[in-house]
Design a protein around this ligand. Structure first.
Ligand code: UDP
Ligand code: MG
Length: 328
């Protein structure tokens, strides 16, 4: 513990902002952040990630950077999505604490000092904002409630608002996890499954979008749900795929064998009684048995293949280590 707090960081706080076509918001946003953080006397950097904007966002960033030494920028060659932007900025961040926020002025920079304090003093691994009073259309707030309920239930994490753009992290967290696909909605889930279990929540101010339009449509809920399923599955079985596929395969195979035994046994029994039995292959159950056996074998094969790709994969023995004692 003591070693960690004496570790040297170039700045106290990194603010990470993914953006797609938000040129109008940027000057106001950076001015506001600068004002709040200067008042609080924190050292900081602002990392703006231009996720393939087609407006003049990057020009605006370059121009702002001429007078603002806190600004750092990364520009993607095309639009890769918010998760990709966050992951790339996390790699570049140098702060003791890393805060993320949206670029569209819906999240208030006034929240940053407290989010910072909760990581450093209250020792949370991650603090998630909670848009207690939202300024979004109903078409978004109602499905969001459902989304949060399901995520709470599946992940066992008690947050009201998983997908809030405003979050803060201990640097160990952002360097230790990987965000990909559309997984930015589930960063607290990913963090928890990597052992960063101290997750806090802070009610935050939320504003209506001032400029531009939302970059996510209704498909966010469909993809969001599928992502939750894959992340639950992957985090449980990534390192031991055979446990999943093997179990399912065995069950299916056994079911098929049992049905087969039943069919054959019935046939023999009836024959012994000198009764005429239907052909085994003329019965619907026979086809069920056939399918169950074949599916069982296939699941087994899938399990073996998954185990083998693991064996050759680069990450097979990568674990996050929290502390070391007398180990260099
Ligand atoms: N964003 C991004 N890449 C994308 C989509 C969105 O970097 O492909 C950024 C966007 O510019 C904003 C943040 O992610 O800074 C949140 O997006 P938005 O405000 O459109 O989402 P909403 O508030 O409607 O959930
Ligand atoms: Mg927004």
């Amino acid at each position: 513990m003591s070693k960690r707090s004496s570790q040297h960081f170039p700045v106290e706080l990194s603010i990470v902002i993914p953006l797609l076509n938000e040129a109008e918001s940027l000057p106001e946003l950076t001015r506001w952040i600068n004002r709040v953080l200067t008042q609080h006397g924190l050292t900081y950097e602002i990392i703006l990630v231009d996720d393939g904007s087609t407006d003049n966002s990057w020009d605006v960033i370059e121009e702002l950077a001429q007078t603002d030494t806190h600004l750092r920028g990364i520009r993607f060659n095309r639009n890769y999505g918010k998760s990709a932007a966050l992951n790339t900025a996390f790699e570049a961040a140098t702060g003791r604490v890393v805060c993320t926020m949206d670029a569209d002025l819906q999240d208030s920079p006034e929240e940053l000092p407290e989010l910072y304090r909760m990581i450093v003093e209250d020792r949370y691994d991650l603090v998630s904002g909670w848009k207690k009073k939202r300024y979004d259309p109903l078409s978004k707030t109602i499905p969001t409630k459902l989304f949060n309920g399901v995520t709470r239930w599946i992940s066992g994490i008690n947050l009201h608002d998983f997908n809030c753009g405003l979050k803060s992290y201990d640097q160990r967290v952002v360097k230790g996890i990987e965000v990909y696909g559309e997984m930015h909605r589930y960063i607290p889930v990913i963090a928890k499954w990597n052992g960063f279990g101290r997750i806090g929540e802070k009610a935050v101010q939320h504003q209506e979008r001032k400029y531009g339009v939302t970059k996510f449509g209704l498909e966010r809920f469909v993809y969001g749900f599928l992502d939750l399923l894959s992340i639950t599955f992957v985090s449980r079985f990534r390192r031991r795929p055979m446990h999943f596929f093997g179990t399912m395969g065995t069950l299916s195979f056994l079911l098929g064998m049992l049905i087969t035994l039943w069919l054959v046994g019935e046939k023999i029994y009836l024959a012994m009684q000198n009764l005429r039995a239907r052909d085994v292959t003329a019965q619907p159950l026979f086809f069920l048995a056939l399918v169950a056996v074949v599916v069982g074998v296939q699941l087994f094969l899938a399990g073996f293949l998954a185990e083998m790709t693991q064996l050759n994969g680069p990450r097979r023995n990568q674990y996050l280590i929290r502390d070391k004692l007398n180990i260099s």
